[in-house]
Every structure is written in C-alpha cells, then in structure tokens.
Design a protein around this ligand. Structure first.
Ligand code: 7RM
Length: 658
C-alpha cells in the first residue's frame, strides 16, 4: 500500500457527501411485511451475531439441505478459513432438487428475455432436467469432481444450466465474461488449467452478433490443458468445429440421460474460480467454495431483497461477474424465487427497454448498477413514464458508489418514492453483500451503503489498524472471517495472504477507502489502490498498462482513472513512444484497438496522451496522483516534493492545452 494516498483519493467524495443528510424511512406497509421489520430487529440480529458468530451462522445453515451435517462451524487458521467442516452438501441440490419436493416444482425458476423480446421460462423442474442432462454430458466427456470448466457464453439459459451442472458433479467452473478477448481467455484457462470449455457460436449485443467461439479457438492454440469444447448454437454464425475436440451442445444433449444425482461434496469443495483484477497485470483467481458461499448468498438474498415466494426478481448484471453468480443464480434459486435473466443492455433497442421488461413480467425487485441508472437518466423521464412500474416494491444498486443525484432519480422516477433502495457494498472476494440496508429496517441516506449485514464485522481504520473517528476517512476492513469469503487465490495462497491480509495487521483489507458518519453509516469512497472501477467493473491499471506496452511501438505507459459522467470512471492512458513512432491521432486509435484486443472492449482507454516523459519519483515510481489530477483537468495538484523532474508536469499540462 506504500505510496497510496487515501486522503487525496477520497477528499472530494468526503466533502460532497457530507452535505447529504436526507433520511428515507421505509414505509410502514413495507416494514410490516419484511423479513427484518425494524431497527430493533436488526440490532438484535447484529448483536446476536457479534456475541456468537459461529452460533449465528450455524443456526442459519440448518435451513440448507445437507447430505451430512458439519462437525465444526469454523476452523480459522488465519488467514485461511474452513466453514462447516466435515459437512457434505451440494449447491445444485439446494437450488433445484429441494424445491421439487414442494409446490414450487412447476414454478418459474428462470424467466429469460432475449434482446429481441423472445421469452423462455424454465421451471424448477425443467431447469433441473436440463441441468441433470448437461451434468451427464460433462461426465461423458470425462469430467471428474475437481476438474475445471471454463464457461464463455452470452446471457442465455444454457449458461445457467452449465454452471449448475458443474456444481452438481463438483466440477469447478470459471466463467469468463463474454466481453473478454482471446488473450484474456487464454490466460484464465491456463491459470485454471481447465479441461473443458463451454461456449456459443456467438451472442447478440445491440442488434449485432458478437462471435464467441472464434475467440476460444484463438485462445485454444496455447492452452494445453483443454481437451474438449462444447458449443451452444445461438446466432447461427459460421464456426469451424474441430473434430474430436468440439461438440455441439444440442447433439450431446439430445442423447443425454436426465437422471443424475447431485454429488455430495465436502463443504470446502471449490465451487468456482472467478478472475478479478488486482494491482498487478495478472488477474487473480478468486476461489469460492461450496457451503459457506451458498449460505452467505442465500441469507443475504433473503433478507436484503426481502425475497418472498410471490416475487419476480431481476438483477441486470451479467453472470460473467460475481453479481450474476451470487444474485442471479445461486442466492436467488436457493431461496426458490423466480429470477429474471436478460440477454441485452439497458439502452437497446430503446432506452425504455428495462422498464418495458419490468412491465412485461411485473417485476417486483430490481437490482442494477449506478452506471446503468446514470446512463438512463440521460434519456429523460419520458422513457420510464411510458411503462407501468407499479409492480416494483424494492430497488437495489451495486458495483460502485452511487451519487446522490442518481439515487434520487432512481427513488423518484423508478421507485415513485414508494420503494426502499438497497445500496449494497461487496466484492468478488466477499462472495456476498457485506454492507447494505435491510430494506424494512434501516432508513437510507442517498449515497451510503449504510450498515454491515448481521454477522459481518467491518471497521474503518488507519494504516496501523486503529479505528478512525466518525467522519474521518480510512481503510475499509473486515475483522472476522465470514462464510462466503474468498478462500484463496487459485494455486497462489501467498498472493491471497499478501493481497488481503498483509497491509493492515490482523484484518482483511478490502482495498476501499471509507468513512463512517456519526450514525455509524458507511460511505464508501472508492479504491485506494491502483484498481479503477469502470461501470462497476474492476480493472487493474497495470493490466491496461501491460496491454499498452505489449505494442512494439510503446515504450512506457501509465494508466489512471478520471471522472466520467456515465461510467463513473473513464480510463486515461499516458504513453511514451519508441523512437520512430509519430504521436498521431491514427496511432491513438491503433492503441485503443490494441487494448480491446488484448483485454476486451471494457478496458479500452477513453483518452490517450502521448508524452516524452512520465512524472516519476526519485526512486522511479510513476506518480499516478499527478496523472490523475491532469487527466481530470484539475488545476491544483498535491504534494510534488518527491517529483524528480518538475518540468515534466509543465510539459504534460502543455499537452493538455494543445
Ligand atoms: C459486487 C462487485 C468490488 C468493488 C468494491 C468497491 C466497488 C461495489 C459498491 C462499491 C461503493 C457500493 N464486485 N463497489 N459496490 N462501492 N458502493 N455499493 O462490484 O469485485 O467487481 O468490485 O466495487 O470499490 O471494492 S467487484
């Protein structure tokens, strides 16, 4: 953490939110029907969990289906946790089979809406059948418990079927978001040493076809571990099938048996690996295991989204991110609740698409990202006003801090001032939501994720781990293990220890800065490390820098975030060129395309500036803080006494004026 300046990074946030003192209480009507009905109920739960965390989680875990109960709730050899030691359980069984024994068997588990407006409904029973069949397909392909399966798919039901089928037989899935490039796929497959890839010919995005299998083909040139690829036909795009390696989903499924018992798995069996950006160029394989993750996502889903059997719940995230894993599939289905899955984006074919879907399915609970809200705000109130949104009873946000203006718009225009908003703070690594209002119990303040979930011990501390006073910024940490926590970085326990449990003594460090106000409400200020959050997706600045310098004409690159009205943060790159390469506009385009190819379009820099020198300290560290100020067009910069060559700053500014 050396050299990271929390104060500078957070100051504007602190001052801007300090003016926010509006308080929104849930209505009596909402509270009286909620799972957690009052502040007193919350306090009681919170205190109970503080007194006896293991007792608290152990009691809740009894609501899951176990093949064999656990012997010990927690085994903690810091920083390595094992939850529900000795237990035997299956996530797919909990999400599917146990509902088949109830009236829910013919209830919609997944309602899928395509970009073009087609619809498919899978009941718990039909989803179960498809999952069993695909689990048998995987077995027939030689997949065994513990083998890794990479899934690179569009948002179609087969994606959910594939992940639940992996969970059913104990194959560990690693889903790669469909926007990533061949090179990103290759790195992830190789790190996970996956044996099999599930993909599709392509997917639809804003009316055009995005090809997917060709990217996997490209990646597979350098992935010795992969033996098989299974391809869903979605777009009818032309593909080349390699004999004995590539198989069509529909061919294999047509002969697969629908009879497949869920494999009893050890509580700590790895359910999935999800790669996430860190401060180095190499993404980390975040490992989540079976029982604790299931418990965490199940309980948070139920209390935070106040799930009821009559609800239609919609989370707009892509399943390729943790939000989709936890709150489209696992946490929602395990509660037996109907989860809507949408293939497309918010603004296609028109900016009323989300609200059209809310009306079509009478959605009750709607969970999205601040970046989507900001984008939709731009198109004006006329779009939501065209549709009947009266079915909505609860709204949520995730992924980044929500600015109070966007919060108010969401509250007024979408929620009609009737729906509580849950601003949920969490991370890929936490598995489930950590800081959030419980909607019937906690009055909200626009821009604050409010209070920790019961059983979650958070604090805001200084570098030495000492709590800071109210309204002072510090580092957001978690003081105790929790069931859905990251267990390790895949095959790299040292990196796990170093990244999360080393900077601040004795606690899990989130990488975020935060402050608590006098009511104990948490205001998350954003990352304090070299990670930027673009549209709610984490990107390591190093990753983008590595992609830039991998171009033969680039000598050096520094990447920083800068404010962006819609995306929250845009990507600004400062690039020095190899001799002979001219700093032209055309070359900027080339470099942007190069980064898209190396990582994916989400990492494409918004601005590129060519410069002869980067501002460095005497020890050679790039002073990103200065670059952040310049990228944001800020006049004053902070302390520059460590800057090696002052003239660099003036030169960078001149670039700006040019
Ligand atoms: C779920 C997810 C995690 C990072 C996290 C924060 C930021 C997420 C909020 C938020 C303020 C929120 N996983 N973040 N939620 N900041 N308020 N409600 O996003 O691993 O992709 O990102 O996102 O910086 O550390 S993630």
């Amino acid at each position: 953490m050396a050299g990271k300046e929390i104060k500078v990074a957070g100051e504007e946030n602190i001052t801007s939110v300090l003016h926010e003192d509006r308080l929104f209480k849930p209505s009596e009507a909402f509270s009286s029907q909620a799972h957690v009905k009052s502040r007193q109920d919350y306090d009681r739960l919170y205190r109970k969990a503080e007194k006896d965390p293991e007792g608290f989680w152990g009691e809740l875990a009894k609501d899951l289906h176990w093949f064999k109960p656990w012997e010990k709730v927690l085994q903690w050899k810091a920083p390595f946790a094992k939850w529900f030691v000795g237990g035997s359980i299956n996530v797919s069984y909990n999400c599917l089979d146990r509902h088949l024994k109830t009236w829910r068997k013919n209830k919609a588990a997944i309602i899928w809406e395509s970009e073009q407006g087609e619809s498919r409904t899978l009941t718990f029973q039909t989803l179960h059948r498809e999952v069993c069949k695909f689990a048998n397909v995987l077995k027939d392909q030689g997949l065994k418990k513990g083998d890794r399966v990479v899934i690179y798919m569009p948002m179609i039901p087969e994606l959910s079927i594939a992940m639940l089928a992996c969970a059913r037989i104990g194959a560990t899935h690693s889903i790669i978001f469909g926007g990533f490039s061949a090179s990103a796929i290759k790195d992830r497959i190789n790190d996970a040493e996956a044996k099999l890839v599930v993909t599709a010919d392509g997917g639809f995005r804003k009316g055009s076809v995005v090809t997917l299998k060709d990217k996997v083909d490209e990646a597979l040139k350098e992935t010795p571990s992969v033996e098989r690829m299974i391809v869903v036909q979605r777009t009818q795009s032309p593909v080349t099938m390699q004999e004995n390696r590539d198989f069509w989903w529909h061919d294999l499924m047509s002969t697969a048996s629908a009879d497949c018992k869920a494999t009893p798995l050890n509580s700590e069996h790895p359910l999935f690996i999800l790669y996430t950006s860190g401060t180095t160029g190499k993404p980390k394989g975040v490992v989540h295991t079976t029982a604790g993750y299931l418990l965490g996502t199940t309980v948070t889903s139920k209390w935070i989204f106040d799930l009821k059997d009559t609800d239609t719940y919609w989370c707009t995230a892509d399943i390729g991110w943790i939000t989709g894993h936890s709150y489209i599939i696992y946490g929602i289905l395990s509660n037996g609740v109907t989860s809507l899955m949408y293939e497309g984006v918010p603004t296609y074919p028109h900016p009323g698409r989300f609200w059209e879907i809310v009306e079509k399915y009478r959605v009750n609970i709607f969970y999205t990202a601040p970046t989507a809200i900001r984008a939709l705000t731009k198109f004006g109130e006329k779009w939501p006003k065209k549709y009947d949104l009266s079915s909505l009873r609860l709204l949520g946000t995730v992924g980044e801090p929500i600015n109070p203006e966007a919060w108010m718009w969401y509250h007024r225009v979408i929620g009609k001032e009737q729906c509580p908003i849950v601003d949920t703070w969490w991370q890929t690594e936490t598995g489930g939501i950590m800081i959030t209002p419980l909607p019937g119990a906690i009055p909200t303040k626009p821009g604050s994720a409010t209070l920790p979930f019961p059983g979650i011990a958070i604090d805001v501390v200084n570098r030495e781990g000492k709590p800071v006073p109210a309204d002072v910024g510090g580092y957001l940490v978690v003081k105790r293990p929790w069931p859905s926590m990251i267990r390790t970085v895949w095959r790299n326990p040292d990196r796990y220890k170093l990244t999360y449990w080393s900077d601040i003594p004795g606690v899990y460090f989130t990488g975020d800065g935060a402050r608590r106000d006098k009511d104990g409400y948490v205001w998350v200020m954003g990352r304090v490390d070299d990670v930027i959050n673009v549209s709610g997706h984490r990107l390591g600045t190093m990753e983008v820098e590595s992609a830039l310098v991998s171009h033969s004409k680039v000598a050096e690159a520094a990447v920083v975030g800068r404010p962006d009205e819609i995306k929250g943060t845009g990507i600004a790159a400062f690039v020095t060129l190899e001799g002979g390469q001219k700093p032209t506009e055309a070359f900027k385009k080339t470099l942007k395309a190069h980064v898209s190819k190396e990582i994916g379009a989400i990492a494409r820099p918004d601005d590129i500036r060519f410069t002869d020198f980067l501002p460095k300290t005497r020890s050679g560290k790039i002073m990103r803080r200065l670059l952040r100020d310049i990228a944001a067009g800020r006049e004053s910069v902070g302390d520059i006494t460590t800057l090696e060559d002052y003239t660099v700053l003036a030169k960078l500014r001149q670039e700006d004026d040019a």
